[in-house]
Write a protein that binds this ligand. Sequence first.
Ligand code: GRF
Length: 240
Amino acid sequence: MNSQGDGQFEWKVLGESMPGEREPGRNLRLAVLISGSGTNLQAIIDAIEDGKLPNTEIALVISNNAAAYGIQRALQHKVPVIYLPWRKFPAGAFMHEMTPNEARIAGLLQFFRVDLVVLAGWMRIFSPPFLDQFARRVINIHPGLLPPEGTGETYRLSNGKTIPVLRGLNAVKKALEAGLNVTGSSVHYVTAEVDAGPVICQQEVPIKPDDTEESLHERLKEVEHGLIVEAIRSFYQILP
Ligand code: GRF
């Protein structure tokens, strides 16, 4: 048995099983991590309720932001939701082990027997020790076009033109500032390098001449709501 924690919040791993070792025939259990409005969370909830994501359930929602509207969405649909304040630690204090924040999340993922972690507007970065534990079990939605393997600085559009890859915060604003005609959204595996993991699915979205950051982000989110469901559906088949 493994026991970890920061003294205030001890957790124990009971047994050997890791998230992802799904018994054949049982539901794919998701954890959806949010920080804000939660429209992508809503898309997942709706797809499950409408039967578009069969054999899938949201085991829990975690928010690092007590004011996130996504919390209300989860509560309205009777999905367990946990507010988990993200404590600050000195830079470099946790180079080779999970931070206490991450240890809490890891404990919750074990406890709720989560198979797949969906970052849906989650605004915190995970460390390599955390991601190593959940390799290929954490996916993210990014409002930008990432190359198929995730790495590289350019993206080839379907029309053959090449555009710069926009990672990190404010990718929608950056697309407008760069004067692009086309951007898009990608669902990708999360790796230690931010927004640089292999892509699961993605879609291009044209930028209109009169687009504002808000109008463009709104259209990107409409696309994301389909992409995230498509990405999750593909997991039910590939997990053991
Ligand atoms: C989405 O645009 C997603 O691409 C980005 O954060 C936004 C979350 O929106 N990572 P919401 O909270 O799901 O409405």
